[in-house]
Design a protein around this ligand. Structure first.
Ligand code: SAM
Length: 249
């Protein structure tokens, strides 16, 4: 439902690398709104130039979100349409942009999705691990609560998706192996970009591997805690059950 008296906030998903990974509707929306609120205007400018979109950009980041957010809401109350874009993928997924969506919702402004890529889902699809159910954890805490979080996650039976910076990869692989034990893992690196790579292996091997230089943007997909005999059907059986429900068996 587009706003009648007020403007609308469109949450627009952007590519995670390859600039062609954007929907027609996303391009049309970015062209037609009055203003685009962007996490990093320089990065979004590359996308806008590629599609010859001339809509003005305004920065929206954690350090200015309160003041800027209020200003954007005022504009939408006056009838202006805004689009929100992040540096990559879907706004609000492990970036601070969800604050604007919440502010708009609290102010009675329609908030509509223009869906598209997200690194988490893209990585899952090529991981080879069960994805009928999964948990998305974003970035692990770096200091406080890191071990507590890892210990909680060690019990998780569903496939786990994490974002990680290349600087912390060695430590994270070691910590995951230390708390989870050996598990299958897929490291999805630079998806949709020139140096795209998916490393499918196990934690025991990757955690002790020496000398690998981790580079670029990385998403980790880790197998869930192996089920015990009395835990009920495994994930694969859950897929079949879903198929059965839809009459596809
Ligand atoms: N909102 C984004 C989304 O929907 O995917 C995620 C934003 S988060 C700040 C950025 C993190 O996403 C990176 O540090 C990396 O872990 C992951 N990421 C982004 N692009 C990626 C890519 N092309 N390949 C693998 N992981 C990626």
């Amino acid at each position: 439902m587009v706003g009648e008296d007020t403007g609308t906030l469109f949450i627009v998903s952007a590519p995670i690398g390859n600039l062609s990974d954007i929907t027609y509707r996303a391009v049309e929306t970015l062209r037609s709104v009055h203003l685009i609120a962007a996490e990093d205007t320089r990065r979004s400018k590359i996308l806008l130039n590629h599609y010859q979109i001339q809509t003005p950009l305004s920065s929206f980041h954690s350090y200015n979100q309160v003041k800027k957010g209020r200003g954007f809401v005022e504009m939408m109350k006056e009838g202006k349409n805004l689009a929100l874009v992040s540096d990559a993928g879907t706004p609000g997924v492990s970036d601070p942009l969800f604050h604007l969506a919440r502010l708009a919702i609290e102010s009675g402004i329609p908030v509509l999705p223009v869906p598209g890529p997200s690194a988490a889902v893209a990585a899952l699809t090529v991981s080879g691990l069960p994805m009928d159910r999964f948990v998305f954890e974003g970035f692990l805490p770096v200091k406080k609560r890191r071990m507590t979080r890892l210990k909680e996650l060690a019990e998780e039976k569903r496939t786990i998706v994490l974002y990680e910076s290349p600087r912390r990869m060695e430590r994270t692989l070691r910590d995951l192996h230390g708390t989870f034990g050996d598990r299958p893992i897929a490291v999805a690196r630079e998806l949709t970009k020139i140096h795209e790579e998916v490393i499918r292996g196990n934690l025991a091997t990757l955690a002790v591997e020496q000398g690998r230089q981790w580079r670029g943007e990385i998403t980790l997909v880790v197998g869930g805690c192996p089920r015990r005999r009395d835990d009920g059907p495994p994930s694969d059986a859950a897929v079949e059950t879903e198929d059965e429900k839809r009459g596809l068996e």
